[in-house]
Design a protein around this ligand. Structure first.
Ligand SMILES: C[S@@+](CC[C@H](N)C(=O)[O-])C[C@H]1O[C@@H](n2cnc3c(N)ncnc32)[C@H](O)[C@@H]1O
Length: 215
C-alpha cells in the first residue's frame, strides 16, 4: 500500500518535472526490433543522482544510448558541456526527442538526436555514456566493442541503469572498464558506474578470454 502510494507520488512528480522543463517524456512505446527494450523512463530523482555522479564538465560529450524521447539528454543539456547527443532507433521517439530539445527550458549546451542503431554509431567524441537498459546483452557487447574501438584509448565514463545479471556479465568481460560503484535506486533498479582503465595501452587492452556472447 505504502509502496503503491510512493509509486503514484513519483509518477505525479515526473509529470510535474516534465511540465517545469517544458518537455513531454512520460509513457511507454513498444520496442522496434527483437533485442531492443521498449521505451520507458526511470524517475527524475534517479536520473538527477546518476548525472551528479557522472560529474559532467565543460569538455564532456554526453551520449544517451537509446535516448527515447530525450529526458536524460535534456537534463544533460542543462549542464555546461561540449554537447549532449541522443542515439535512438525509433523515428517516432527520435522526433519526439527533437521536439523536446527545442522546447527545453534552461538549455545551456548544444544537443541533438541521431536516429540510428546504437551498434552502428560513432563514439569517437563520447566521453560520458548513459544507458537505461536499452537492449539485450549481445547488443550491449557489440556497442561496448564499438565504443572501445572508436575511443582509441581515450577515457570514457559510463552509467548503466537497471543492470541485470546478463549485462553485468557482459561488462565483466570488458577489462578496459572498471566498475567504480553499484547502488540501488528507490525502485530497486541496480545502477552501475564504469570508467575506462588502462587508457595508456589502447592497442593491448582486450576483452577477457571468456566465451563470446551470441549475436
Ligand atoms: C528503456 S528506454 C530508455 C530511454 C531513455 N534512455 C531514458 O532513460 O529516458 C530504451 C530505448 O532504447 C531504444 N533502443 C533500443 N535498442 C536500440 C538500438 N539498437 N539502437 C538505438 N536505440 C535503441 C529504444 O527504442 C528505447 O527508446
Amino acid at each position: 500500500m505504502l509502496a503503491g502510494f510512493r509509486r503514484s507520488a513519483r509518477l505525479v512528480a515526473n509529470h510535474l518535472q516534465d511540465a517545469w522543463l517544458g518537455i513531454s517524456t512520460t509513457g511507454t512505446a513498444p520496442a522496434e526490433l527483437p533485442g531492443h527494450v521498449y521505451y520507458a523512463t526511470v524517475s527524475y530523482s534517479t536520473t538527477w543522482s546518476v548525472l551528479r555522479k557522472l560529474d559532467l564538465g565543460q569538455e564532456d560529450v554526453f551520449v544517451d544510448v537509446g535516448c527515447g524521447k530525450g529526458r536524460v539528454l535534456c537534463l544533460a543539456a542543462r549542464h555546461r558541456i561540449r554537447q549532449a547527443i541522443g542515439i535512438e532507433y525509433s523515428p517516432a521517439l527520435a522526433a519526439a526527442g527533437q521536439r523536446n530539445i527545442r522546447q527545453l527550458r534552461g538549455r545551456r549546451s548544444p544537443a541533438k538526436i541521431l536516429c540510428q542503431a546504437a551498434e552502428d554509431s560513432d563514439y569517437s567524441d563520447a566521453s560520458v555514456l548513459y544507458f537505461f537498459n536499452p537492449f539485450e546483452a549481445h547488443l550491449l557487447n557489440r556497442v561496448l566493442e564499438k565504443i572501445r574501438a572508436d575511443r582509441r584509448g581515450r577515457p570514457a565514463r559510463m552509467a548503466f541503469v537497471m543492470e541485470l545479471q546478463e549485462q553485468r556479465k557482459v561488462f565483466s568481460r570488458h577489462d578496459w572498464l572498471a566498475c567504480d560503484e553499484r547502488f540501488e535506486d528507490q525502485d530497486r533498479h541496480t545502477v552501475a558506474l564504469y570508467r575506462s582503465v588502462g587508457v595508456d595501452r589502447p592497442d593491448t587492452a582486450s576483452l577477457r578470454s571468456t566465451p563470446p556472447v551470441d549475436d
